[in-house]
Design a binder for this molecule. Structure first.
Ligand code: ME8
Length: 544
C-alpha cells in the first residue's frame, strides 16, 4: 500500500533571542509545503518547536535575572505568537523541556549505553571561560605554539583566550556506523539536497575521519541529565535531534503517531546545520534500528548585504515589522520568490518593495481589479458560462494555463518555490496581455460581439481561479480574497484536479473589488524599513 502520509519538520529554534525573518523563512517554506501536500490529499503532520536547553539559554536567563524555565516559557509563547501571525499551520509545537520529550531522551540514552554505542571517555578541548564554551582547535582564530610546535593555547572567535580542559564525557561511537552511512548515501541519491551539500558532507567531514562525538557535558546544568549518571547532561544536539521522533511518541506508551508518520518525508534545515542532520542524525537512527528520513533539505541563507542575518550580529529584520506594514502575504511571497530555495539570497528593502509594487500590486492586483470591474460593467457582475475557443486568443491562454499548472506541480514537488511562483506570474502576465489582445472595451461597443465579450470575461475569471488555486499553499489569504471577489466558494478551488475550463456556472463577482495590494511609495518605505533594521540592532545590543 502506498503511504498517504507526509511528515515534515522545521529545525527547532533556539529561544536565545527574538526570532527574525531567517527563521520565518524556513518555517514559511515548510508551511507552504505542508499546505501543498494537504491540498494534494496527503495526511500531513507538520512539526516545529523550540530547542530550549544548554548554556546559551542558561546565560540569557541569568542576564534577565529569571530562571531558565521562566525564560523559555516566555520565549516559547513569543514564538507561537509569531507563527500565529504568519499563519503557520503546524500540527505540533514541541519544546525540549516537555516532560515527554525528556523521558524519551533519557530512555534512548540508556539504550545506547546498554548497546555499547555510548561509552565513558575523556573529552579534551579548548575552553573559553568568558564564553563558557568549548572550541575545537580548527575553530580558534589564533593558535599559540610552544617552541617545539605543540599547541598550548589560542583565541576563540569571540576574542577571548582559551585554555585546554580535560573532562569526563560520554562518547557516541559514530565511527562504527560510517560505512553504513556512506552506503546509504550511495543507495539514496536524493537523501541530501541540494546534492552539492552531500559532497560537502563526504569531503569535509566523513573522508577526513569521523570522530566519536562527545554526547554529554558537565559544564552546564540546564539540560536533561543522564539517568544512570546524573552528573552528566546530555549534549544539546542529541537532545534537539531526538525531537523529531519524541514528538511522535517514539518509545512511549502511545506511539501511534510514530507508527503512522515515521520516517519523515523531509527535514528542512538551514545549510549550517545540515551536518547534524545528514551525518549524526542518520547514525543515531541506525543505532536504534529505525528507518531514515527520506530527505534532508539544507536551504541557503538570507543575507544582509554580504553578512548572514543573525541574532548575534544584530543585523536582523523582524517579520512582525514587515507583516504589520505590508501584510502577511507580501512577506510570504517575497521570501519564497526572491531566493531559489537551495541558494543564498540577499534581503534588501529595495528588492522587497520592487516585488510588492511590480508583481503584487501591478501584475496581480491590477488583473483582479480590471476583471472584476469589467464583469460588473458588461455583465452586471454575473460571470458568463464557460465556452471554449471563441476568440482567437483563447487557445493560447488555455495552453499557457495548462503548462503553468504542470510546471507548478513539478516545482512544488521538487521544493522549488521560486520556480512555482515564476510559473504563476507567467500566467498572470499572459492574462493581462490577453486583455490587451482582446480589447473588451472595443468588443463591448458592438452588440454582435457579445459572445466574444462573454468568452473573454469568463476566460479571465477562469485564469484568476486557476491563479488563486495555485497560490493557495503559498499565500492563503490572497487566495481567499481573490475567491471572494470572484464570487466562488472554497470548493471551486481543487488543486489536485485543477484544469483550465472548470469555472462554476452562475458565479457573481463582488460589486467593487478592494485592491488586494496597494501601491507603495518606494522612497519613503525604504527609509521606513532601514529605520526598523537599525532599531532592531539597538534592541539586540541592549539585550546583549
Ligand atoms: O540551529 N537565513 O537553531 P537556530 C536562512 N536549535 N535561514 C536562517 C537564517 C538566515 N539568515 N537564520 C536562521 C538551531 N535561519 C538548532 C536547531 S534542529 C534539531 C536544532 C533558520 O535558532 C535556518 O533554518 O540557530 C537555520 O538552520 C535555523 O534557523 C537555525 O535556528
Amino acid at each position: 500500500m502506498v503511504k498517504n502520509t507526509f511528515y515534515i519538520t522545521t529545525p527547532i529554534y533556539y529561544p536565545s533571542g527574538k526570532l527574525h525573518i531567517g527563521n520565518s523563512y524556513t518555517t514559511i517554506a515548510c508551511d507552504t509545503m505542508a499546505r501543498f501536500q494537504r491540498l494534494m490529499g496527503k495526511d500531513v503532520f507538520f512539526l516545529t518547536g523550540s530547542d530550549e536547553h544548554g548554556l546559551k539559554i542558561q546565560q540569557k536567563a541569568n542576564k534577565f535575572h529569571i530562571s531558565p524555565k521562566s525564560y523559555v516559557d516566555l520565549m516559547a509563547e513569543d514564538i507561537k505568537k509569531l507563527w500565529q501571525l504568519l499563519d503557520i499551520s503546524y500540527d505540533k509545537f514541541i519544546r525540549t523541556t516537555d516532560k515527554e520529550h525528556k523521558a524519551i531522551l533519557q530512555k534512548v540514552f540508556e539504550r545506547w549505553l546498554e548497546q555499547g554505542d555510548i561509552y565513558l571517555g575523556e573529552y579534551v578541548g579548548w575552553y573559553s571561560v568568558a564564553d563558557e564554551e568549548y572550541f575545537t582547535q580548527t575553530q580558534l582564530i589564533e593558535v599559540f605554539y610552544d617552541k617545539n610546535g605543540k599547541v598550548i593555547g589560542g583565541i576563540a572567535p569571540s576574542g577571548h583566550e582559551v585554555k585546554q580542559i580535560k573532562e569526563e564525557s560520554y562518547f557516541f561511537r559514530m565511527s562504527k556506523y560510517v560505512d553504513r552511512l556512506l552506503q546509504y548515501y550511495k543507495d539514496h541519491p536524493d537523501f541530501i539536497q541540494p546534492v552539492s551539500r552531500k559532497n560537502e558532507m563526504i569531503n569535509n567531514f566523513i573522508n577526513p575521519g569521523l570522530e566519536d562525538l562527545a554526547v554529554s557535558r558537565r559544564t552546564f546544568t540546564w539540560g536533561v541529565s543522564v539517568l544512570s549518571n546524573p552528573k552528566h547532561m546530555i549534549y544539546v544536539w542529541i537532545d534537539a535531534l531526538l525531537n523529531y521522533i519524541s514528538a511522535l511518541g517514539y518509545a512511549s506508551l502511545d506511539d501511534s503517531l510514530f507508527k503512522k508518520y515515521w520516517p519523515a518525508d523531509i527535514h528542512v534545515v538551514g545549510k549550517e546545520i545540515i551536518r547534524f542532520h545528514a551525518i549524526y542524525w542518520p547514525i543515531l537512527l541506525m543505532s536504534l534500528d529505525l528507518p531514515l528520513p527520506k530527505k534532508i533539505f539544507g536551504h541557503g541563507w538570507l543575507l544582509m548585504k554580504d553578512a548572514k542575518m543573525s541574532k548575534s550580529k544584530g543585523n536582523v529584520v523582524y517579520s512582525e515589522v514587515l507583516v504589520k506594514r505590508y501584510g502577511l502575504d507580501a512577506l510570504r511571497y517575497y521570501l519564497l520568490r526572491e531566493v531559489s530555495f537551495g541558494s543564498d539570497g540577499i534581503f534588501t528593502p529595495e528588492g522587497f518593495l520592487d516585488r510588492l509594487n511590480g508583481e503584487l500590486a501591478n501584475d496581480l492586483g491590477n488583473l483582479l481589479n480590471r476583471v472584476i470591474a469589467m464583469i460588473n460593467k458588461y455583465f452586471a457582475g454575473k460571470v458568463p458560462d464557460f465556452a471554449n475557443e471563441v476568440t482567437a486568443f483563447d487557445k493560447d491562454l488555455a495552453k499557457t494555463a495548462k503548462e503553468v499548472i504542470d510546471t507548478y506541480h513539478m516545482a512544488m514537488e521538487g521544493i522549488e518555490f521560486s520556480v512555482a511562483l515564476e510559473a504563476i506570474w507567467h500566467l498572470i502576465r499572459r492574462a493581462n496581455k490577453y486583455i490587451d489582445e482582446t480589447s473588451p472595451w472595443i468588443l463591448a461597443k458592438d452588440k454582435i460581439k457579445i459572445k466574444e465579450l462573454a468568452a473573454v470575461m469568463v476566460h479571465l475569471a477562469e485564469s484568476l481561479r486557476v491563479i488563486a488555486t495555485l497560490l493557495q499553499p503559498i499565500m492563503p489569504k490572497t487566495t481567499e480574497k481573490i475567491t471572494y471577489q470572484l464570487g466562488l466558494s472554497k470548493d471551486a478551488l481543487q488543486l489536485k484536479n485543477l484544469r483550465f475550463g472548470q469555472f462554476s456556472k452562475g458565479a457573481v463577482v463582488v460589486k467593487k473589488g478592494d485592491p488586494i495590494f496597494p501601491r507603495l511609495d518606494v522612497k519613503s518605505e525604504i527609509a521606513y524599513i532601514f529605520k526598523q533594521i537599525n532599531t532592531g540592532k539597538e534592541k539586540e545590543l541592549q539585550m546583549d
